[in-house]
Design a protein around this ligand. Structure first.
Ligand SMILES: Nc1ncnc2c1ncn2[C@@H]1O[C@H](COP(=O)(O)OP(=O)(O)OP(=O)(O)O)[C@@H](O)[C@H]1O
Ligand SMILES: O=c1ccn([C@@H]2O[C@H](COP(=O)(O)O)[C@@H](O)[C@H]2O)c(=O)[nH]1
Ligand SMILES: [Mg+2]
Length: 232
């Protein structure tokens, strides 16, 4: 079982610029941050280490999480997978969750945070990748309040919309939301509700923005240095 000790998050990244960068498709929306390996200490074993993994639909969050798990021994907690598991289990919330996912909307924080909390508590690991969460400021505040923790690192996979749509439509995993109508809605919700979360962590120097265009391995080589000081 993990326990929370004093946060070391301020040591993990450093805000470089206090001005908006007006260049590029998405960078205008976030504050510039940078990371260097020397600024990333190894957290003490046993202390909770939380990484939020953010990015639009199909940006490659789940794919990169699998690589991080393999290389650095994190436990992968995908909020979307937990919700889909809840639907499959026939739970009382199942039909509401299903219609919310179909509409590309966000499930109430209480439901998602409870599922995440149970998953974290059932693990002996102390390093968690929380994939696809928080999706809104409300989600973020609910996590902080219930879990009593802030993320140590926040990854943001920055991917052009056209590429995200292409990847989702080619995914072929039978997901009810992998269709053009739901993707459009998910992108709208992402723009409206997820950007404030990204900006929040950027302004606190926790955000690591990764260009998510390229092969899976090329992208992982940009992720690897962020976690390099962590032992498996
Ligand atoms: N770098 C890449 N280049 C091309 N295809 C990729 C890349 N990374 C992932 N994919 C593919 O794109 C699809 C979406 O990837 P993935 O499921 O990892 O995205 P996601 O961000 O988790 O999406 P969602 O938010 O919808 O769960 C998958 O079919 C995956 O195999
Ligand atoms: O925190 C969350 C995570 C997900 N959802 C809903 O699930 C789908 C699919 O999520 P993925 O992360 O893409 O697997 C998402 O569009 C939301 O409808 C959520 O409500 N809250
Ligand atoms: Mg995913």
């Amino acid at each position: 079982m993990w326990r929370r000790v004093a946060s070391v998050s301020h040591l993990f990244s450093h805000s470089k610029s206090t001005k908006f960068n007006q260049q590029g498709a998405s960078t205008f929306k976030i504050w510039e941050t940078f990371t260097s390996e020397s600024e990333i200490p190894t957290p003490s074993k046993g202390s909770l280490f939380v990484t939020f993994v953010l990015g639009g639909p199909g940006s490659g969050k789940g794919t990169q999480c699998a690589k991080i798990v393999e290389a650095f021994g994190f436990t992968h907690v995908s909020a979307g997978d937990l919700l889909r598991r809840e639907i499959a289990s026939g739970s009382a919330y199942g039909s509401v969750i299903l219609s919310t996912i179909r509409e590309g909307k966000i499930v109430p924080s209480q439901v998602t945070v409870e599922l995440i909390q149970k998953e974290m508590e059932s693990s002996d690991n102390y390093k968690f990748l929380i994939d696809g969460f928080p999706r809104s400021e409300e989600n973020r505040k609910a996590f902080e309040k219930t879990i009593g923790a802030e993320p140590d690192v926040v990854l943001f996979f920055d991917c052009p919309e056209q590429e995200m749509v292409k990847r989702v439509l080619n995914r072929n995993q039978g997901r009810v939301d992998d269709n053009i109508d739901t993707i459009k809605k998910r992108l709208e919700i992402f723009d409206e509700l997820n950007w404030p979360v990204i900006n929040y962590y950027s302004q606190r120097g926790k955000l690591h923005k990764i260009n998510a265009v390229g092969t899976v391995d090329e992208i992982f080589e940009k992720v690897r240095p962020i976690f390099a000081p962590l032992s498996k």
